[in-house]
Design a protein around this ligand. Structure first.
Ligand code: FAD
Length: 472
Protein backbone atom coordinates (compact mmCIF):
# COMPACT_ATOMS: atom_id res chain seq x y z
CA UNK A 1 0.00 0.00 0.00
CA UNK A 2 1.40 3.44 -0.95
CA UNK A 3 1.93 6.06 1.76
CA UNK A 4 -0.99 8.11 0.44
CA UNK A 5 -3.26 5.07 0.26
CA UNK A 6 -2.61 4.43 3.97
CA UNK A 7 -3.73 7.99 4.76
CA UNK A 8 -6.76 7.72 2.47
CA UNK A 9 -7.86 4.62 4.33
CA UNK A 10 -7.97 6.59 7.59
CA UNK A 11 -9.93 9.63 6.27
CA UNK A 12 -13.39 10.16 4.84
CA UNK A 13 -13.11 9.84 1.01
CA UNK A 14 -14.30 13.45 0.61
CA UNK A 15 -11.08 14.61 2.32
CA UNK A 16 -8.73 13.49 -0.44
CA UNK A 17 -8.61 14.92 -3.97
CA UNK A 18 -6.25 13.28 -6.46
CA UNK A 19 -7.93 13.92 -9.82
CA UNK A 20 -5.98 16.56 -11.81
CA UNK A 21 -9.10 18.67 -12.57
CA UNK A 22 -10.19 18.65 -8.93
CA UNK A 23 -6.71 19.59 -7.73
CA UNK A 24 -6.06 22.27 -10.38
CA UNK A 25 -7.46 25.35 -8.53
CA UNK A 26 -5.31 24.53 -5.49
CA UNK A 27 -2.07 24.24 -7.50
CA UNK A 28 -1.96 27.68 -9.12
CA UNK A 29 -1.49 31.01 -7.35
CA UNK A 30 -3.93 33.93 -7.61
CA UNK A 31 -1.73 35.87 -10.03
CA UNK A 32 -1.34 32.78 -12.21
CA UNK A 33 2.45 33.02 -11.96
CA UNK A 34 3.15 29.78 -10.11
CA UNK A 35 2.07 26.32 -11.16
CA UNK A 36 2.73 23.61 -8.60
CA UNK A 37 2.13 19.87 -8.44
CA UNK A 38 0.97 17.69 -5.55
CA UNK A 39 0.31 14.07 -4.66
CA UNK A 40 -3.09 15.11 -3.34
CA UNK A 41 -5.13 17.99 -1.99
CA UNK A 42 -6.34 17.15 1.51
CA UNK A 43 -9.54 18.79 2.80
CA UNK A 44 -9.93 17.90 6.50
CA UNK A 45 -13.33 18.23 8.15
CA UNK A 46 -12.06 18.54 11.71
CA UNK A 47 -9.04 19.32 13.87
CA UNK A 48 -8.70 15.55 14.44
CA UNK A 49 -8.34 15.09 10.66
CA UNK A 50 -5.64 17.80 10.58
CA UNK A 51 -3.81 16.07 13.40
CA UNK A 52 -4.02 12.66 11.68
CA UNK A 53 -2.73 14.18 8.42
CA UNK A 54 0.26 15.78 10.15
CA UNK A 55 1.08 12.58 12.07
CA UNK A 56 1.05 10.75 8.73
CA UNK A 57 3.13 13.49 7.05
CA UNK A 58 5.74 13.32 9.83
CA UNK A 59 5.91 9.53 9.66
CA UNK A 60 6.29 9.55 5.86
CA UNK A 61 8.34 12.80 5.66
CA UNK A 62 5.74 14.23 3.27
CA UNK A 63 5.91 18.00 2.67
CA UNK A 64 2.67 19.79 3.62
CA UNK A 65 1.60 23.11 2.10
CA UNK A 66 -1.19 24.69 4.18
CA UNK A 67 -3.68 26.67 2.14
CA UNK A 68 -6.60 28.97 2.92
CA UNK A 69 -8.33 31.04 0.25
CA UNK A 70 -5.28 30.87 -2.06
CA UNK A 71 -5.23 34.67 -2.51
CA UNK A 72 -1.69 35.12 -1.15
CA UNK A 73 0.58 37.27 -3.30
CA UNK A 74 4.00 35.82 -2.40
CA UNK A 75 3.65 32.24 -3.63
CA UNK A 76 3.54 30.71 -0.12
CA UNK A 77 0.40 28.63 -0.71
CA UNK A 78 1.52 26.96 -3.94
CA UNK A 79 3.55 23.73 -3.76
CA UNK A 80 6.72 23.32 -5.83
CA UNK A 81 6.76 21.47 -9.13
CA UNK A 82 8.12 18.16 -7.75
CA UNK A 83 4.70 16.69 -6.96
CA UNK A 84 6.01 15.38 -3.60
CA UNK A 85 3.86 17.63 -1.39
CA UNK A 86 0.27 17.49 -0.27
CA UNK A 87 -1.78 20.70 -0.15
CA UNK A 88 -3.67 20.97 3.14
CA UNK A 89 -6.74 23.09 2.42
CA UNK A 90 -8.49 24.29 5.57
CA UNK A 91 -11.66 25.54 3.86
CA UNK A 92 -14.00 23.00 5.46
CA UNK A 93 -13.15 24.09 9.01
CA UNK A 94 -15.45 27.04 8.58
CA UNK A 95 -17.51 27.52 11.74
CA UNK A 96 -17.73 30.70 13.76
CA UNK A 97 -17.31 29.00 17.14
CA UNK A 98 -18.40 31.84 19.41
CA UNK A 99 -18.99 35.55 19.69
CA UNK A 100 -18.82 37.21 23.09
CA UNK A 101 -20.48 40.65 23.19
CA UNK A 102 -19.42 41.36 26.76
CA UNK A 103 -15.77 40.70 26.05
CA UNK A 104 -15.90 41.90 22.41
CA UNK A 105 -14.29 38.75 21.00
CA UNK A 106 -15.02 36.28 18.22
CA UNK A 107 -13.56 32.81 17.69
CA UNK A 108 -13.53 31.44 14.15
CA UNK A 109 -12.12 28.31 12.55
CA UNK A 110 -9.28 28.59 10.05
CA UNK A 111 -11.44 28.10 6.97
CA UNK A 112 -13.91 30.92 7.69
CA UNK A 113 -13.86 33.46 4.88
CA UNK A 114 -12.95 36.96 6.10
CA UNK A 115 -16.21 38.47 4.75
CA UNK A 116 -18.20 35.98 6.85
CA UNK A 117 -16.29 36.97 9.97
CA UNK A 118 -17.00 40.65 9.22
CA UNK A 119 -20.67 39.80 8.68
CA UNK A 120 -20.98 37.78 11.90
CA UNK A 121 -19.47 40.69 13.85
CA UNK A 122 -21.80 43.19 12.14
CA UNK A 123 -24.87 41.06 12.91
CA UNK A 124 -23.90 41.25 16.58
CA UNK A 125 -23.50 45.04 16.35
CA UNK A 126 -19.70 44.87 16.37
CA UNK A 127 -16.90 45.53 13.91
CA UNK A 128 -14.17 43.16 12.76
CA UNK A 129 -12.01 45.81 11.11
CA UNK A 130 -9.69 43.85 8.83
CA UNK A 131 -10.59 44.76 5.23
CA UNK A 132 -8.78 43.61 2.07
CA UNK A 133 -9.60 43.45 -1.63
CA UNK A 134 -9.62 39.65 -1.28
CA UNK A 135 -12.01 39.57 1.69
CA UNK A 136 -14.61 37.49 -0.20
CA UNK A 137 -12.10 34.61 -0.53
CA UNK A 138 -9.23 34.85 1.97
CA UNK A 139 -9.64 32.83 5.16
CA UNK A 140 -8.89 33.15 8.85
CA UNK A 141 -5.89 30.77 8.68
CA UNK A 142 -4.44 32.68 5.74
CA UNK A 143 -4.89 36.16 7.21
CA UNK A 144 -3.25 35.05 10.45
CA UNK A 145 -0.45 33.12 8.70
CA UNK A 146 0.37 36.22 6.57
CA UNK A 147 -0.30 38.84 9.28
CA UNK A 148 -2.51 40.58 6.72
CA UNK A 149 -2.92 44.36 6.67
CA UNK A 150 -5.35 46.10 4.31
CA UNK A 151 -7.05 49.47 4.36
CA UNK A 152 -7.84 49.89 8.07
CA UNK A 153 -4.38 49.32 9.56
CA UNK A 154 -3.93 53.04 10.15
CA UNK A 155 -6.59 52.78 12.88
CA UNK A 156 -6.81 49.14 14.00
CA UNK A 157 -3.38 47.68 13.17
CA UNK A 158 -2.53 44.47 11.30
CA UNK A 159 -3.86 41.00 12.17
CA UNK A 160 -1.21 40.80 14.90
CA UNK A 161 -3.06 43.58 16.71
CA UNK A 162 -6.39 41.77 16.37
CA UNK A 163 -5.50 38.22 17.50
CA UNK A 164 -5.93 37.23 21.15
CA UNK A 165 -5.27 33.50 20.82
CA UNK A 166 -4.75 30.65 18.36
CA UNK A 167 -5.44 26.93 18.13
CA UNK A 168 -2.92 25.10 16.00
CA UNK A 169 -1.58 21.68 15.17
CA UNK A 170 2.13 21.07 15.42
CA UNK A 171 4.09 19.28 12.67
CA UNK A 172 3.99 16.04 14.70
CA UNK A 173 0.19 16.22 15.02
CA UNK A 174 0.01 17.57 18.60
CA UNK A 175 -2.98 19.89 19.05
CA UNK A 176 -2.33 23.16 20.94
CA UNK A 177 -5.40 24.89 22.42
CA UNK A 178 -4.53 28.58 22.65
CA UNK A 179 -7.61 30.19 21.16
CA UNK A 180 -8.69 31.95 24.34
CA UNK A 181 -10.46 35.30 24.69
CA UNK A 182 -7.84 36.68 27.09
CA UNK A 183 -6.82 40.32 26.81
CA UNK A 184 -3.89 39.70 29.12
CA UNK A 185 -1.74 36.57 29.22
CA UNK A 186 1.89 36.64 30.26
CA UNK A 187 2.28 32.91 30.88
CA UNK A 188 5.54 32.08 29.10
CA UNK A 189 6.72 32.97 25.62
CA UNK A 190 4.11 34.40 23.22
CA UNK A 191 4.11 31.49 20.74
CA UNK A 192 0.99 33.03 19.21
CA UNK A 193 3.08 35.94 17.97
CA UNK A 194 5.56 33.61 16.29
CA UNK A 195 2.75 31.88 14.41
CA UNK A 196 1.24 35.15 13.19
CA UNK A 197 3.02 35.82 9.90
CA UNK A 198 4.73 32.39 9.84
CA UNK A 199 3.21 31.56 6.42
CA UNK A 200 2.51 27.90 7.10
CA UNK A 201 6.10 27.06 8.04
CA UNK A 202 5.72 26.55 11.81
CA UNK A 203 2.31 24.93 12.42
CA UNK A 204 -1.17 24.62 10.94
CA UNK A 205 -3.56 27.18 12.42
CA UNK A 206 -7.02 25.73 13.05
CA UNK A 207 -8.82 28.59 14.83
CA UNK A 208 -8.29 32.15 16.04
CA UNK A 209 -9.86 34.38 18.67
CA UNK A 210 -10.04 38.00 17.55
CA UNK A 211 -10.79 41.32 19.21
CA UNK A 212 -13.94 43.10 18.05
CA UNK A 213 -14.63 46.83 18.08
CA UNK A 214 -17.67 49.09 18.31
CA UNK A 215 -19.62 49.20 15.06
CA UNK A 216 -19.23 52.59 13.36
CA UNK A 217 -22.63 54.33 13.40
CA UNK A 218 -21.47 57.37 11.49
CA UNK A 219 -19.00 57.38 8.64
CA UNK A 220 -17.76 59.71 5.94
CA UNK A 221 -15.95 58.80 2.73
CA UNK A 222 -14.07 61.09 0.38
CA UNK A 223 -11.99 60.93 -2.77
CA UNK A 224 -9.50 63.74 -3.32
CA UNK A 225 -7.35 64.78 -6.26
CA UNK A 226 -3.88 66.13 -5.41
CA UNK A 227 -0.66 67.24 -7.04
CA UNK A 228 1.88 65.05 -5.20
CA UNK A 229 2.57 62.44 -2.50
CA UNK A 230 3.95 65.31 -0.37
CA UNK A 231 0.52 66.93 -0.47
CA UNK A 232 -1.03 63.62 0.65
CA UNK A 233 1.27 63.45 3.70
CA UNK A 234 0.44 67.06 4.59
CA UNK A 235 -3.29 66.32 4.20
CA UNK A 236 -2.96 63.30 6.50
CA UNK A 237 -1.29 65.46 9.16
CA UNK A 238 -4.07 68.08 8.86
CA UNK A 239 -6.77 65.43 9.08
CA UNK A 240 -5.18 63.84 12.14
CA UNK A 241 -5.44 67.17 13.95
CA UNK A 242 -9.23 67.30 13.57
CA UNK A 243 -10.22 63.64 13.26
CA UNK A 244 -7.58 61.85 15.36
CA UNK A 245 -8.24 58.13 15.75
CA UNK A 246 -11.44 58.38 13.69
CA UNK A 247 -9.34 58.05 10.51
CA UNK A 248 -10.08 54.46 9.48
CA UNK A 249 -8.48 54.58 6.03
CA UNK A 250 -6.17 56.89 4.13
CA UNK A 251 -5.06 55.42 0.80
CA UNK A 252 -2.98 56.85 -2.02
CA UNK A 253 -3.13 56.07 -5.76
CA UNK A 254 -1.35 57.51 -8.80
CA UNK A 255 -3.21 58.62 -11.91
CA UNK A 256 -1.79 55.91 -14.19
CA UNK A 257 -3.15 53.26 -11.80
CA UNK A 258 -6.53 54.99 -11.62
CA UNK A 259 -6.65 55.24 -15.43
CA UNK A 260 -6.04 51.49 -15.83
CA UNK A 261 -8.73 50.71 -13.26
CA UNK A 262 -11.30 52.92 -15.00
CA UNK A 263 -10.40 51.38 -18.36
CA UNK A 264 -10.29 47.70 -17.39
CA UNK A 265 -12.65 47.03 -14.49
CA UNK A 266 -16.39 47.11 -15.09
CA UNK A 267 -18.51 49.33 -12.86
CA UNK A 268 -15.76 51.83 -11.99
CA UNK A 269 -16.28 55.58 -12.47
CA UNK A 270 -14.45 58.70 -11.34
CA UNK A 271 -16.69 60.92 -9.18
CA UNK A 272 -14.35 63.95 -9.50
CA UNK A 273 -14.64 66.67 -12.18
CA UNK A 274 -11.39 65.61 -13.88
CA UNK A 275 -8.10 63.75 -13.55
CA UNK A 276 -5.26 64.65 -11.18
CA UNK A 277 -1.70 63.32 -10.75
CA UNK A 278 -2.58 61.64 -7.42
CA UNK A 279 -5.67 60.59 -5.44
CA UNK A 280 -6.38 59.95 -1.79
CA UNK A 281 -9.22 57.76 -0.50
CA UNK A 282 -10.38 58.72 3.01
CA UNK A 283 -12.75 57.05 5.46
CA UNK A 284 -13.63 58.50 8.87
CA UNK A 285 -15.84 56.54 11.26
CA UNK A 286 -17.32 57.02 14.72
CA UNK A 287 -19.40 54.76 16.96
CA UNK A 288 -21.56 57.76 17.96
CA UNK A 289 -24.38 58.04 15.38
CA UNK A 290 -24.69 61.76 16.13
CA UNK A 291 -21.00 62.51 15.54
CA UNK A 292 -20.74 65.31 12.94
CA UNK A 293 -18.18 63.32 11.05
CA UNK A 294 -19.16 64.33 7.53
CA UNK A 295 -19.03 67.99 8.58
CA UNK A 296 -15.56 67.45 10.09
CA UNK A 297 -14.29 65.86 6.89
CA UNK A 298 -15.89 68.47 4.62
CA UNK A 299 -14.45 71.35 6.68
CA UNK A 300 -10.99 69.78 6.73
CA UNK A 301 -11.02 69.26 2.96
CA UNK A 302 -12.27 72.83 2.39
CA UNK A 303 -9.33 74.19 4.40
CA UNK A 304 -6.95 71.89 2.52
CA UNK A 305 -8.32 73.25 -0.77
CA UNK A 306 -7.66 76.80 0.43
CA UNK A 307 -4.11 75.82 1.43
CA UNK A 308 -3.59 74.24 -2.03
CA UNK A 309 -3.02 70.80 -0.51
CA UNK A 310 -5.88 69.58 -2.67
CA UNK A 311 -7.03 70.26 -6.21
CA UNK A 312 -10.50 68.71 -5.91
CA UNK A 313 -12.51 66.52 -3.53
CA UNK A 314 -15.85 64.77 -3.33
CA UNK A 315 -17.50 63.60 -0.11
CA UNK A 316 -19.96 60.71 -0.54
CA UNK A 317 -23.53 61.57 0.43
CA UNK A 318 -24.90 58.02 0.34
CA UNK A 319 -23.79 54.49 1.04
CA UNK A 320 -23.88 53.79 -2.70
CA UNK A 321 -21.53 56.72 -3.44
CA UNK A 322 -19.16 55.57 -0.70
CA UNK A 323 -19.20 52.03 -2.13
CA UNK A 324 -18.46 53.33 -5.62
CA UNK A 325 -15.42 55.20 -4.29
CA UNK A 326 -14.09 52.12 -2.49
CA UNK A 327 -14.81 49.94 -5.54
CA UNK A 328 -12.26 52.06 -7.42
CA UNK A 329 -9.65 51.32 -4.76
CA UNK A 330 -10.39 47.60 -4.43
CA UNK A 331 -10.51 47.04 -8.21
CA UNK A 332 -6.81 47.88 -8.59
CA UNK A 333 -5.51 44.31 -8.15
CA UNK A 334 -7.85 43.08 -10.88
CA UNK A 335 -6.87 45.98 -13.17
CA UNK A 336 -3.18 45.19 -12.75
CA UNK A 337 -3.79 41.52 -13.45
CA UNK A 338 -5.57 42.42 -16.71
CA UNK A 339 -3.27 45.26 -17.77
CA UNK A 340 -0.04 43.47 -18.61
CA UNK A 341 2.82 41.83 -16.79
CA UNK A 342 3.65 43.67 -13.63
CA UNK A 343 6.50 43.24 -11.20
CA UNK A 344 4.78 44.06 -7.90
CA UNK A 345 6.18 45.16 -4.54
CA UNK A 346 4.97 45.43 -0.98
CA UNK A 347 7.71 47.48 0.66
CA UNK A 348 7.27 49.85 3.59
CA UNK A 349 9.13 52.93 4.76
CA UNK A 350 8.39 55.55 7.40
CA UNK A 351 5.34 57.58 6.35
CA UNK A 352 7.43 60.74 5.97
CA UNK A 353 9.72 58.90 3.52
CA UNK A 354 6.92 57.81 1.17
CA UNK A 355 7.49 60.73 -1.27
CA UNK A 356 11.23 59.94 -1.46
CA UNK A 357 10.47 56.24 -2.01
CA UNK A 358 8.03 57.00 -4.83
CA UNK A 359 10.44 59.45 -6.45
CA UNK A 360 13.27 56.91 -6.18
CA UNK A 361 11.26 54.12 -7.84
CA UNK A 362 10.02 56.51 -10.55
CA UNK A 363 13.60 57.53 -11.35
CA UNK A 364 14.87 53.94 -11.46
CA UNK A 365 11.98 52.89 -13.70
CA UNK A 366 12.67 55.72 -16.16
CA UNK A 367 16.42 55.14 -16.26
CA UNK A 368 16.66 51.34 -16.19
CA UNK A 369 13.27 49.92 -17.21
CA UNK A 370 11.91 52.40 -19.77
CA UNK A 371 9.41 49.89 -21.19
CA UNK A 372 7.62 49.76 -17.83
CA UNK A 373 5.04 52.11 -16.39
CA UNK A 374 5.47 52.61 -12.63
CA UNK A 375 2.20 52.28 -10.71
CA UNK A 376 1.77 53.33 -7.08
CA UNK A 377 -1.10 52.45 -4.81
CA UNK A 378 -1.44 51.68 -1.14
CA UNK A 379 -1.59 52.47 2.48
CA UNK A 380 0.22 55.80 2.72
CA UNK A 381 -0.52 56.23 6.43
CA UNK A 382 1.30 52.92 7.05
CA UNK A 383 4.22 53.86 4.78
CA UNK A 384 3.23 50.83 2.65
CA UNK A 385 2.95 51.85 -0.99
CA UNK A 386 2.72 49.02 -3.52
CA UNK A 387 5.07 50.01 -6.34
CA UNK A 388 4.32 47.94 -9.45
CA UNK A 389 6.31 48.17 -12.65
CA UNK A 390 3.88 47.32 -15.44
CA UNK A 391 5.39 45.93 -18.65
CA UNK A 392 3.42 45.54 -21.89
CA UNK A 393 1.57 42.21 -22.25
CA UNK A 394 3.86 40.76 -24.94
CA UNK A 395 7.09 42.14 -23.45
CA UNK A 396 8.36 38.89 -21.96
CA UNK A 397 8.67 35.99 -24.42
CA UNK A 398 8.71 33.39 -21.63
CA UNK A 399 8.64 32.88 -17.87
CA UNK A 400 12.45 32.84 -17.65
CA UNK A 401 12.81 36.30 -19.17
CA UNK A 402 10.09 37.64 -16.82
CA UNK A 403 11.92 36.10 -13.84
CA UNK A 404 15.25 37.59 -14.91
CA UNK A 405 13.82 41.12 -15.24
CA UNK A 406 11.76 40.77 -12.04
CA UNK A 407 14.93 39.89 -10.16
CA UNK A 408 16.63 43.10 -11.35
CA UNK A 409 13.54 45.25 -10.68
CA UNK A 410 13.16 43.77 -7.20
CA UNK A 411 16.81 44.39 -6.37
CA UNK A 412 16.50 48.04 -7.45
CA UNK A 413 13.27 48.65 -5.49
CA UNK A 414 14.53 46.85 -2.37
CA UNK A 415 17.70 48.91 -2.52
CA UNK A 416 15.65 52.14 -2.42
CA UNK A 417 13.57 50.83 0.51
CA UNK A 418 16.74 49.72 2.34
CA UNK A 419 18.37 53.12 1.85
CA UNK A 420 15.33 54.65 3.56
CA UNK A 421 15.46 52.10 6.39
CA UNK A 422 12.38 50.24 5.12
CA UNK A 423 11.21 46.62 4.82
CA UNK A 424 11.02 44.38 1.74
CA UNK A 425 7.50 43.28 2.70
CA UNK A 426 4.93 45.07 4.83
CA UNK A 427 1.92 42.73 4.58
CA UNK A 428 2.19 40.11 1.81
CA UNK A 429 5.05 38.15 3.35
CA UNK A 430 8.04 36.28 1.92
CA UNK A 431 6.38 33.10 0.63
CA UNK A 432 8.49 31.46 -2.06
CA UNK A 433 8.92 34.66 -4.06
CA UNK A 434 11.22 36.62 -1.76
CA UNK A 435 13.34 33.98 0.00
CA UNK A 436 16.56 35.27 -1.56
CA UNK A 437 15.61 38.87 -0.81
CA UNK A 438 15.03 38.03 2.88
CA UNK A 439 18.43 36.37 3.07
CA UNK A 440 20.04 39.49 1.66
CA UNK A 441 18.01 41.96 3.73
CA UNK A 442 17.95 40.35 7.19
CA UNK A 443 20.75 40.58 9.70
CA UNK A 444 22.59 37.19 9.74
CA UNK A 445 22.08 36.86 13.50
CA UNK A 446 18.34 37.40 13.08
CA UNK A 447 18.22 34.77 10.31
CA UNK A 448 20.03 32.36 12.65
CA UNK A 449 17.30 32.85 15.26
CA UNK A 450 14.57 32.38 12.64
CA UNK A 451 16.15 29.06 11.59
CA UNK A 452 16.30 27.95 15.24
CA UNK A 453 12.59 28.80 15.68
CA UNK A 454 11.72 26.85 12.52
CA UNK A 455 13.69 23.84 13.77
CA UNK A 456 12.01 23.96 17.19
CA UNK A 457 8.51 23.90 15.67
CA UNK A 458 9.20 21.66 12.68
CA UNK A 459 12.37 19.57 13.22
CA UNK A 460 11.72 17.37 10.16
CA UNK A 461 11.12 20.37 7.91
CA UNK A 462 7.80 19.08 6.52
CA UNK A 463 5.79 22.31 6.88
CA UNK A 464 5.78 24.43 3.73
CA UNK A 465 9.38 23.63 2.82
CA UNK A 466 10.99 26.24 0.61
CA UNK A 467 8.84 29.08 1.94
CA UNK A 468 10.20 32.01 4.00
CA UNK A 469 13.64 30.63 4.90
CA UNK A 470 14.20 28.45 1.83
CA UNK A 471 15.30 24.86 1.86
CA UNK A 472 18.42 24.87 3.99
P1 FAD B 1 -3.42 31.62 1.27
O1 FAD B 1 -3.08 32.40 0.06
O2 FAD B 1 -4.14 30.35 1.07
O3 FAD B 1 -2.08 31.33 2.09
C1 FAD B 1 -1.18 32.37 2.39
C2 FAD B 1 -0.05 31.81 3.29
O4 FAD B 1 -0.61 31.39 4.54
C3 FAD B 1 0.63 30.58 2.72
O5 FAD B 1 1.99 30.60 3.08
C4 FAD B 1 -0.07 29.41 3.40
O6 FAD B 1 0.76 28.27 3.51
C5 FAD B 1 -0.38 29.99 4.78
N1 FAD B 1 -1.60 29.46 5.39
C6 FAD B 1 -2.87 29.53 4.92
N2 FAD B 1 -3.72 28.97 5.79
C7 FAD B 1 -2.98 28.51 6.83
C8 FAD B 1 -3.28 27.83 8.05
N3 FAD B 1 -4.52 27.49 8.37
N4 FAD B 1 -2.25 27.53 8.88
C9 FAD B 1 -0.97 27.86 8.58
N5 FAD B 1 -0.63 28.51 7.44
C10 FAD B 1 -1.63 28.82 6.58
N6 FAD B 1 -2.99 41.32 1.69
C11 FAD B 1 -2.88 42.30 2.60
O7 FAD B 1 -2.24 42.10 3.63
N7 FAD B 1 -3.47 43.52 2.40
C12 FAD B 1 -4.22 43.79 1.31
O8 FAD B 1 -4.72 44.91 1.16
C13 FAD B 1 -4.39 42.75 0.35
N8 FAD B 1 -5.17 42.95 -0.73
C14 FAD B 1 -5.33 41.93 -1.62
C15 FAD B 1 -6.19 42.12 -2.71
C16 FAD B 1 -6.39 41.11 -3.63
C17 FAD B 1 -7.34 41.30 -4.78
C18 FAD B 1 -5.68 39.88 -3.48
C19 FAD B 1 -5.88 38.75 -4.45
C20 FAD B 1 -4.85 39.68 -2.40
C21 FAD B 1 -4.66 40.69 -1.47
N9 FAD B 1 -3.84 40.51 -0.35
C22 FAD B 1 -3.73 41.51 0.57
C23 FAD B 1 -3.10 39.25 -0.18
C24 FAD B 1 -3.90 38.09 0.47
O9 FAD B 1 -5.28 38.22 0.28
C25 FAD B 1 -3.58 37.98 1.95
O10 FAD B 1 -2.23 37.63 2.10
C26 FAD B 1 -4.43 36.95 2.71
O11 FAD B 1 -4.14 37.08 4.07
C27 FAD B 1 -4.18 35.52 2.29
O12 FAD B 1 -5.20 34.70 2.85
P2 FAD B 1 -5.57 33.29 2.19
O13 FAD B 1 -6.57 32.63 3.06
O14 FAD B 1 -5.94 33.45 0.78
O15 FAD B 1 -4.18 32.53 2.33
Amino acid sequence: MSALAALEASLDPSCVLVEPEAMAPFLRDWRGRRQGQAQAVLRPRSVEDVSAILRWASATRTPVVPQGGNTGLSGGATPDASGDAVVLSLGRLNRIRSLDRAGDTLTAEAGCVLAHVQQAAAEAGRLFPLSLGSEGSCQVGGIVATNAGGINVIRYGTVRDLVLGLDYVRADGAVIHGSKPLRKDNAGYALRDLLIGSEGTLAVITAATFRLFPQPRASATALCGLASPNAAIALLAALREVAGERISSFELMCDTELGLTLELVAGTALPLGGRHPWYVFIELADSDPEAPIEATLTACLATALERDLLSDAVVAHSGAQAQAIWHLRFAVAEANRLAGQSVPHDTSVATADVPAFIAGVGAVAAARFPAARPLFVGHVGDGNIHANLLFPKAFFPDAASYAETAERVNAAVFEIAARLGGSITAEHGIGRSFVGALRRAAQPEALELMRAVKHAFDPLGILNPGAVLGDD
